[in-house]
Design a protein around this ligand. Sequence first.
Ligand SMILES: Nc1nc2c(ncn2[C@@H]2O[C@H](COP(=O)(O)OP(=O)(O)OP(=O)(O)O)[C@@H](O)[C@H]2O)c(=O)[nH]1
Ligand SMILES: [Mg+2]
Length: 418
Amino acid sequence: MEKTILEKVKEAEAMFSDYEITGNELARVQKLREKLENQKVTVSVIGQFKRGKSALVNGILEDEVLPVGIVPVTAVVTTVEYGPKSASVHFNNGVVKEVAFEEISAYVNEQENQDNRLNVTKVAIKTPSQFLESGLTFVDTPGVGSMHENNTEEAYAFVKESDAVIFTLSVDSPINQIEIDFLKNAKEYAAKFYFAVNKIDAIAEDDLQSYLDYCRKFISELMEVDEIMMFPVSAKMNIGIDDLKNTILEDLKAESSRILEESTKLKLHDIVISALSQITFYRNALQMTGVEFDKKFAEIQSFFGQLHDETAMLPAALKANAAVCEAHSNDVKNRLTAKVKELFGIDYHYEIERVSDNSLKKDQQDDIVAQVDEICDSLNKTLNTVFMHREENTYVVARRINNLNRLVRKLVQMRDEK
Ligand SMILES: Nc1nc2c(ncn2[C@@H]2O[C@H](COP(=O)(O)OP(=O)(O)OP(=O)(O)O)[C@@H](O)[C@H]2O)c(=O)[nH]1
Ligand SMILES: [Mg+2]
C-alpha cells in the first residue's frame, strides 16, 4: 500500500535526524509534520506591489487592520488568526513585543520602517473575524518587484510556507514578467490558487471582460490547468469580496486535508532536494584526501583567528554601541556561512540570535569579542562532529560513506516519486 504523506514526512524526519548536516532540513520537516498533525492551513495573499493585497485582506476580514497606500507599503509579513483583538511584533533577535492596533503601521509600513530597519520578522495579529473562525492562518505579504528588494525576498520566502494563495492582480496593468516568475515559483509550494483581479471599479464593463478573458487564458496555460478560479473584485468598493471569501471557506471545509497533503508533498520535495545537495557535499568532503581536508580545516581555523583579531581591534566606542555589535556579530555569522560554503560546499545554518537592544550595557564593552569567539567555537565543534569519522579507521569511514550512498539512493527515490 502507498505510504501516506504523514508517513513520508516522518520517514524523512528520521533520516535527517541521523545526520548533523541535515539539521536545517530536519527543522523544516518537523514544522511540516506539526502543521499536518494540527491540520493548520495557511492562506496567503501574494502578488506584485500595489495590486491591493492589504486592501483585500482588510476587505476579507471586514476590518481596517492593515495599512494601505499609493506608495509601496507592506514591508513585513503579517499573519492574522482568530481571537480577541491583539497584535504582537516579532523581531529577529527573538524579542516579541505586544503593541496596540494603532501601532501596527509603525512596524509593517515601508514608509515608516524603511527596508525593515527595525528587523521585524513578522507581525502577528488576532482578530475575531468570521473568515478566521475555522482556525486558518491568513497572511498579508509584501509585494514583489518594487525597488525595495527586501520586500521581494520576504514575499518569495513566505510563499514556501503557504498552502493556499490568493494571487492578486489588478486591472490597471496586464500581467507582467515579475508576476509570471513569482507565480511559477509559488506553484512549486502552494496547493491551491485563487486569482483575485482587483480594482474593477476603475474600468468600464467591456474592458473588464477583455481583461478577464485574457487573464483566464494566459494563467490557465501558465498553471497547466483547464480552469482557474478567478474573482473580479474591488477591495475599495467591497465588490466580489464575499464570493471570494465564501469560496475559500467552502473549499477549506470540504478539502482542507487534501490541500494540506498536496502542499506538504510539494514542500517535502523541496526539502528532499536541499537535503540531497547537503549530503552530496558532505560525502564529497568525507572523500577528500587527507592533505586537501587538513588544508581546508587549517584555513577555517585561521579565519576564526582573523575574525577574533578584527573584533578585538574595533574602537571602544563601536564596541559600546549595541547596534554596531549586533551588526558585527551578524556579519561574522554571514561570513562564516560563506566560508563553510566555499571550503566544504555545505550550507551551514545559523540561528541568528541578536543582542537585544538593552542587554549590551557600557560596562560589558568587551563582550562582542567573547561573542565572536563563541560563534567560532560552536562552528568548530560542529565541524568536528561532522567530520569526526575521518579520524576513524578506513573501515568506519567506508561504512559511513556506504550509509550515505544508501541515504542518497533513498532521497533520490523520494524526490522522483510523484
Ligand atoms: N480603485 C481602486 N483602488 C484600490 C483598490 N484596492 C486597493 N486600491 C488602492 O491601491 C493602492 C494599493 O493598495 P494596497 O492594499 O496598499 O496594495 P498592496 O498590494 O498591499 O501594496 P504593497 O503592500 O506595497 O505591496 C492604494 O492606493 C489603494 O487605495 C480597489 O479595489 N480599487
Ligand atoms: Mg500591502
